[in-house]
Write a protein that binds this ligand. Structure first.
Ligand code: B1M
Length: 214
């Protein structure tokens, strides 16, 4: 039996070694990687977020917890592969300007790679003009924008506007996501799709690529 509570507690205690050991122990017991991710790591980060909000955890601690999560995600990466045969497709993914959160975005990138897509993960704090530059250079079918802050959500609209102004809007499907983002917001800013989590983002990207080819 995997001890998800111990994983959550070790993450909150910023004890990277312990979280990694617990993740490895759970894997050795054949606990599915997706359960470890959702019931252990993401559940733990949710509590870290609550503690951050209430002032019970400070930024350096949150960063240490995030680092521990990143290490474990690297361990889980090969096991989270979807294993489906796919039609491929090229994706650009980045976190919009002003926003430094990247754990969720990296998970989305990872799921898309696992699903056979070519993913250019262009990082965090990406200004609209850089998204345009990467579209011109990499010729993707899909552009994914991530934002975790309510204050950086408007930057998603600015990025879409810049893509329209650069005359490349028709070449790409734009998907948005991140904890505060909703389908209604995606519709409002003229995105082609919204996904609440990494698994559904990967599925949606594949279906958008397929639709585009027909
Ligand atoms: Co920040 N932070 N943070 N933070 N942080 C949140 C987001 C917050 C909710 C915490 C809180 O107060 N409860 C809050 C935002 C409040 C708001 O705007 N509504 C917040 C704040 C306020 C801040 C600062 C402003 C704090 C400060 O400085 N005073 C600051 C801002 C810095 C900046 O970006 N300019 C800040 C800084 C940081 C750290 C640097 C310390 C660190 C980030 C480290 C890193 O990413 N490398 C951090 C962290 C770790 C968090 C929390 C605790 C965890 C985020 C996370 O990684 N979750 C977070 C609280 C929380 O979310 N519970 C919080 C796990 C991850 C797997 O989930 O990112 O949601 P998530 O990704 C999911 C989906 O959203 C979706 O799929 C992913 C996987 O299923 N998804 C997409 C994500 N991107 C997608 C793109 C897509 C599709 C789906 O494209 C199509």
């Amino acid at each position: 039996m995997a001890d998800f509570n111990a994983m959550i507690e070790a993450l909150i205690a910023c004890d990277g070694e312990k979280v990694t050991a617990l993740v490895n122990a759970a894997l050795a017991e054949n606990v599915p990687a997706s359960d470890i991710l959702n019931k252990g790591l993401i559940a733990g980060m949710d509590i870290v977020g609550e503690k951050m909000e209430s002032g019970d955890m400070f930024i350096p601690e949150v960063l240490m917890a995030a680092q521990a999560m990143g290490q474990c995600v690297a361990v889980l990466k090969p096991l989270l592969a979807e294993g489906e045969s796919t039609s491929g497709g090229t994706v650009i993914i980045g976190t919009v300007k002003g926003d430094l959160h990247d754990i969720g975005k990296n998970l989305v990138a990872m799921m898309m790679e696992s699903a056979g897509m070519t993913v250019h993960n262009i990082g965090v704090d990406i200004p609209p003009e850089d998204f345009v530059k990467h579209i011109n250079e990499k010729d993707p079918q899909i552009v994914c924008l991530s934002a975790l802050l309510t204050t950086t959500m408007p930057m998603m609209k600015k990025t879409i506007d810049a893509i329209v102004e650069a005359g490349v809007r028709d070449k790409v499907k734009i998907m948005v996501g991140g904890a505060p983002v909703t389908q209604a917001f995606a519709d409002e800013i003229g995105a082609d799709g919204f996904a609440p989590d990494a698994g559904s983002a990967s599925k949606l990207a594949k279906s958008l690529v397929k639709k585009n080819r027909i």
